[in-house]
Design a protein. Structure first.
Length: 226
């Protein structure tokens, strides 16, 4: 969803397949209860306190920036979400992982268990784990937090679709077959981890090797990128 015109409140909203399904029922099922704001398209370095026309024009370049077209893919939009933190916060929370890269063979288990640093008032209630290309896993499960311990067996499709799990830890099993690899020795996708309370974000790269199988690896509890 995006504002089309910053001089008035005109909003362009693109519904997901599920949203269109609910809207088509015309029975009140389509009911927006939550929304998020982001500033992906804003370049704050353009704020110019030396503008010759005075303070009213400091943000002129920022206000003239083009707005990103609304797209329903969570991997490519709203990367920089706005978040409300407790009063008195002096440090931006960041996610901590042992590694930002997981390299496994086929039918191998891997676990991602993040922690949040610089979040002094409480612990993170959970994380979202979004696998950008779910074809690379045959099963995924989340445990802890606000998640209900869900386990999903991933059906194989020819289309690269994402899938999100909610919890404090995520465990996946890489794909078993070799069809998807073709002539490639390995395939890679990303797992985007986001704190539910802080919106702190980290990306773990998952690489699956074609000519090896089994094994276990993890990404847990140590400094990572933000």
């Amino acid at each position: 969803m995006g504002y089309l015109d910053n001089s008035s409140v005109i909003v362009d909203a693109i519904l997901t397949k599920k949203g269109r399904e609910l809207l088509s029922r015309q029975d009140g099922s389509f009911n927006i209860t939550q929304f998020a704001l982001a500033d992906d398209e804003i370049d704050y370095t353009l704020y110019n306190e030396n503008h010759p026309n005075g303070s009213a024009y400091y943000g002129e370049a920022i206000e003239a920036l083009p707005l990103i077209e609304a797209i329903p893919n969570e991997n490519n939009t709203m990367v920089s979400k706005l978040v409300t933190l407790p009063r008195g916060t002096t440090k931006i929370p960041v996610l901590s992982l042992q590694s930002t890269s997981i390299n496994v063979g086929r039918s191998a288990n891997f676990t991602i268990t993040p922690t949040t640093l610089n979040f002094d008032t409480t612990t993170e209630s959970g994380y979202s784990f979004t696998i950008a290309d779910r074809r690379l896993i045959q099963q995924g499960s989340s445990t802890g937090g606000t998640g209900t311990g869900t386990t999903s067996n991933i059906p194989f499709t020819g289309t690269a679709l994402s899938q999100t799990f909610i919890g404090t830890s995520f465990t996946g099993t890489s794909l078993a077959g070799t069809t998807l690899f073709g002539s490639n020795a390995a395939l890679a996708t990303s797992s985007i981890v986001v704190g539910l309370d802080t919106s702190a974000r980290a990306t773990v790269t998952l690489t699956v090797r074609k000519n090896s199988s089994a094994g276990t690896t993890s990404a847990a509890q140590a400094r990572s990128s933000f």
